[in-house]
Write a protein that binds this ligand. Structure first.
Ligand code: SF4
Length: 510
């Protein structure tokens, strides 16, 4: 088979090293299908040698050099199996152009599924700016674009380390990995060899980033609730992504929005709490002031409004600013998002209609809601079933996905769904900030806007019943990450790919 002449794991494959209740496991995630394949550590020695330069004989020899003696027919069988599930390519990957800060090929980008944002402690200061009225400014050269920060927000890490135990991938640059291994060589014996504690970010060939091993779902460098790297060598020694968390940067063509990922309880605990760390240093005024390693996502020239229908970026920006303003007076953030989706679906991006969505008197049309609940419930249940076979019971991600599946089951009852959609269980401040950050940071772009708006409403409804589901599944467990459920739900939807449920919704007829 040609595909396995000189094999390598392709970019669909994310191999991750997990230590689960003391056992070393290698999981290969398929980012397209969401499937996960487990291979043994000995097989990984062979797969990691498959960088597109070795044929089967070369792989047999590479394995033997590492003490893994496997007959050639077994090596062929291993790679034939990986080829059969679409995770192999043959030969060296094409060389990419030099990585630019704006490439989107990010060590810290929040735009991809299954990538990381992780945070820790140790920053001080404050931040404040204004948000409104910038899209009528003239377009500036990208590097001169002003940074516009989410208003009145500074970050307080709560020291629980939740974000260090939630992400499937925590990426280190080569220098960050070398520094961590040198600072803390005994962690998983990483001082001996890089591959004891790191895997390639993607595929099996050389790549710029390394994903750190997870121990029961936690970053290997998490010591109790604190970052061991931070403790031993100071905050600047941590990976850039950890230091920047929860910052998200998006260039919308007129300004660079500095927003936050609402994916950790501490992000919400920081709301209306002055005196925390600025999300970005106060002396960063324009895009050119940013560290070149920091990735800034860029909005496209057209934004998908509903499937197959696009609008010019300027129309989206005007609509988005109007939505941010209207949200301030909306009594219920989820209801606002749900009603706004209906208006956008029928009338497109008309800023003059947005106030209707914010009004309590606009009837809530829930006909599509059960279909979304079912699709998310199916996705979460499948993920829970798969994860429960290999993740530790102590793993926060495992517990979170189980609770989301349980919450979707509760919402499957039409009466419960209606009660929740009309406000039962609401946590107004968290929900408003969650939606505000999504609008301000242009986080709804990427899926059609109507899909994103309904998805955010459903995320809030899931969060409203999350405590009930958590109590029935994990009664008596004091889990800090459960304190602000919408943050955990969002982390699982984005960071663990549950949001792909939106592609599996079976639309009912009226
Ligand atoms: S390196 Fe430190 S801050 Fe980053 S995820 Fe690991 S423990 Fe957390």
């Amino acid at each position: 088979m040609n595909a396995i002449q000189r094999p390598r794991l392709n970019e669909r494959a994310l191999a991750r090293l997990h230590f689960v209740d003391g056992r070393c496991r290698v999981l290969v995630h398929d980012v397209e299908s969401g499937d996960v394949i487990e291979i043994g550590p000995r097989e990984w020695v062979l797969v990691s040698a498959a960088d597109g330069t070795r044929d089967m004989d070369g792989l047999v020899l590479a394995g033997a050099r590492e003490g893994v003696h496997v007959p050639k027919d077994e090596v062929v069988a291993l790679f034939t199996a990986l080829s059969g599930v679409g995770l192999l390519s043959s030969g060296l990957p094409e060389r990419k152009a030099k990585r630019s800060p704006n490439s989107g090929d990010s060590l810290i980008s929040g735009a991809q599924e299954n990538t990381s944002h992780t945070g820790a402690s140790g920053r001080g200061g404050s931040s404040s700016t204004t948000e409104a009225g910038v899209h009528n400014q003239q377009k500036s050269a990208p590097e001169d674009r002003k940074i516009q920060r989410i208003a009145n927000y500074s970050f307080h890490c709560n020291g629980h380390g939740s974000c260090c135990q939630l992400y499937a991938t925590i990426v280190f640059s080569p220098l960050e990995a070398a520094r961590a291994r040198a600072t803390l060589p005994i962690i998983l014996d990483g001082g001996e060899r890089h591959e004891h504690v790191f895997m390639p970010e993607r595929g099996s060939g050389p790549c710029p980033g390394s994903a750190v091993a997870l121990v029961n779902g936690k970053c290997a460098y998490l010591d109790g609730n604190l970052c061991a790297i931070h403790k031993a060598a100071g905050p600047d020694s941590k990976p850039l992504g950890c230091n920047l968390f929860p910052l998200l940067l998006v260039d919308d063509g007129t300004t660079v929005r500095a927003s936050v990922a609402v994916e950790c309880a501490c992000v919400l605990e920081s709301v209306n709490k002055p005196g925390g760390a600025p999300i970005l240093a106060d002396n960063v005024y324009a895009r050119k002031d940013l560290d070149p390693a920091v990735i800034v996502d860029e909005l496209p020239n057209e934004v998908e409004v509903r499937p197959g229908v696009r609008a010019p970026l300027r129309d989206y920006l005007a609509w988005s600013d109007a939505a941010i303003k209207a949200l301030e007076s909306a009594p219920d953030a989820a209801r606002f998002a749900w009603n706004l989706a209906g208006l956008v679906e029928t009338f497109g991006l008309d800023p003059s209609l947005i106030a209707q969505a914010a009004s309590d008197s606009t009837p809530l049309d829930l006909w599509l809601a059960p279909a979304l609940v079912k699709a998310l419930g199916r996705k979460a249940a499948r993920r829970a079933k798969a994860q429960n076979t290999w993740r530790s019971e102590r793993d926060l991600c495992r517990r979170g996905v189980n609770v989301v599946a349980g919450a979707a089951t509760l919402l499957n009852d039409d009466e419960v769904l209606a009660a929740v959609a009309y406000g039962a269980g609401a946590v107004a401040q968290d929900e408003h900030f969650y939606l505000h950050a999504a609008f301000f940071g242009h986080q709804l772009v990427g899926y059609p806007l109507v899909v994103s708006l309904r998805d955010r409403a459903l995320a809030i409804w899931i969060a409203r019943v999350f405590p009930l589901a958590a109590d029935s599944l994990y009664s008596g467990i004091n889990e800090p990450a459960f304190a602000h459920p919408i943050a955990l739900v969002e982390a699982l939807l984005r960071g663990h790919g549950l949001r792909l449920y939106t592609e599996e919704v079976v639309v009912p007829t009226r």
